[in-house]
Design a protein. Structure first.
Length: 393
């Protein structure tokens, strides 16, 4: 089947978080896509919607089979049915786990810059963020192993939140790196929560390694957040899963999710997930190819037209991480300038902490014509920014 990712879908008037902007503005910030989901998923939701009673819903066996089957065939990992717990979303899961597995004033470690909601889940619950800044040299990110070891060894560090693949850098952590993280965490008795919501959004020819598949230590000491929502553009359906191989740890997570009342599916959640993981592979493969072309178009444009900006090379997610340090140390001011001058809305990198203050994050998951519009606005805005006096910045 041929899928039309070039179609320009008007999302205004649908209470859309991304597109609730002023006329003439172009939002390329929040991480959802401007593509229609796979037709098989839309059909499954429509079939369920045709039944006029939307009551309390149990998880069918097909939900467990779809998830375990997808990870077995797609990622070569024998994820087991009994490891799985339903959750309404990755973020609610993270917040629940933080509350259950840590106590106030304990430290939760993250490799930074990283998804900003991690910080909210930690700090809003009275815990402390412990940053382990990623190394950055020649446009590439890595892990400072000495720093990571020391911070995991801190007795006040009881949980690590890992982003795999990494948002916003797009880094895909390889098996050896994950196993090394897992060994250090186990040595220092720190549980690892791995957010793998972006795992299916890798470039063609690239796959990710589930943290729990990296080693026996990783499997025994980990909680993994899984969802079809990012890859299939289903965030509004509130459907995700948590995989916890260790029975004792799984019981704690199950109690956390049920205590917080985020473990019950709405009547569309399982239907959409089952359709995604059993019928969505052809659509997803076509999407990944289209996104890879978008990345190539964006990187070529930036290299040719914006030599002062470096697009960090990555093979995961549909997000482009833009190093603007040659122009400014204040990415937030630059983002405001771009929005005011051109209507282009990007994410300011400072919210991701680490070295993100001089970066912008750009969402490339849109039709090619919209991407071209965004790139032209970016050039127009940066040209204007470079021509302003320092006091105007």
């Amino acid at each position: 089947m041929t899928y039309d990712f070039d179609a320009l879908i008007d999302r205004r008037g649908t209470h859309c978080t991304k597109w609730d902007v002023a006329d003439g503005e172009l939002p390329m910030w929040i991480a959802d896509m401007d593509f229609a989901t796979a037709p098989e998923i839309a059909a499954a939701v429509q079939r369920r919607a045709a039944h006029p009673v939307y009551g309390y819903t149990d998880l069918p066996d097909e939900w467990y089979d779809a998830i375990t089957g997808w990870w077995r065939t797609r990622h070569g990992f024998a994820l087991q049915r009994e490891w799985l717990i339903f959750s309404t979303g990755v973020v609610p899961t993270i917040s629940s786990v933080v509350r259950k597995l840590t106590t106030p004033a304990e430290k939760v470690l993250a490799l930074t810059p990283v998804y900003d909601i991690f910080y909210h889940s930690i700090e809003n619950n009275g815990r402390l963020v412990l940053e382990c800044p990623l190394t950055y040299a020649d446009g590439a990110y890595g892990i400072d192993w000495t720093d990571l070891d020391a911070k995991l060894a801190d007795p006040q560090t009881t949980l690590m939140i890992l982003c795999n693949p990494h948002n916003p850098t797009g880094q895909i952590w390889d098996k050896e790196t994950l196993a090394r993280i897992g060994a250090l965490a186990a040595r220092h008795h720190v549980v690892v929560l791995s957010d793998e919501i972006h795992c299916d959004l890798t470039d063609p020819g690239w796959d990710y390694t589930p943290f729990a598949a990296a080693s026996a230590e990783c499997r025994a000491n980990s909680i993994t957040c899984l969802a079809p929502t990012k890859a299939f553009n289903l965030a509004g359906l509130q459907t995700s899963a948590v995989s916890v191989p260790d029975p004792a740890l799984r019981h704690k997570v199950w109690r956390a999710l049920n205590t917080d009342e985020v473990a019950e599916p709405n009547c569309f959640a399982a239907e959409a997930a089952v359709a995604a993981f059993t019928k969505g592979a052809p659509w997803l493969d076509a999407l990944r190819a289209y996104l890879a072309e978008n990345k190539a178009v964006a990187r070529d444009f930036i290299s040719r037209e914006l030599p002062a900006v470096r697009a960090v090379v990555s093979h995961g997610t549909y997000l482009l991480w833009l190093d603007c340090s040659a122009l400014t140390a204040d990415g937030a001011a630059l983002a405001r300038f771009l929005r005011e001058r051109t209507g282009l809305r990007l994410s300011a990198g400072g919210v991701y902490r680490g070295n993100g203050g001089a970066f912008l994050r750009m969402n490339l998951a849109c039709p090619r014509a919209r991407l071209q519009d965004g790139l032209e606005r970016l050039k127009q805005g940066l040209d204007a920014y470079a021509g302003t006096a320092p006091s105007a910045r």
